[in-house]
Design a protein. Structure first.
Length: 87
């Protein structure tokens, strides 16, 4: 009986040590993951702002392209009229 009790105490102590070690490891891993999450959230926020800025720039460039196409078409029409008057 006493040997069984002693064996059980040793086994329990080993299990408790395992649990304590695992708890420390898991808490550290959770803390590191939470820090990484914060960094990634900041990265996402930065990239969203960058994407918004680029979207605005693209819209401005699209407007410039539309203006240039209109100017080109108008100039082509003027040249065609001038050519017709010259011929």
């Amino acid at each position: 009986g006493k040997q069984e009790k002693r064996d059980e105490q040793v086994q329990f102590a080993a299990f408790k040590q395992f649990c304590d070690d695992t708890t420390v490891d898991k808490k550290r891993a959770i803390k590191e993951a939470e820090e990484k999450i914060e960094v990634l959230k900041a990265d996402i926020e930065s990239h969203v702002a960058h994407a918004a800025r680029l979207t605005k720039e693209i819209a401005e460039h699209d407007a410039d392209i539309a203006t240039w196409k209109g100017d080109s078409k108008a100039a082509t029409n003027v040249r065609a009229i001038d050519k017709a008057n010259y011929d």
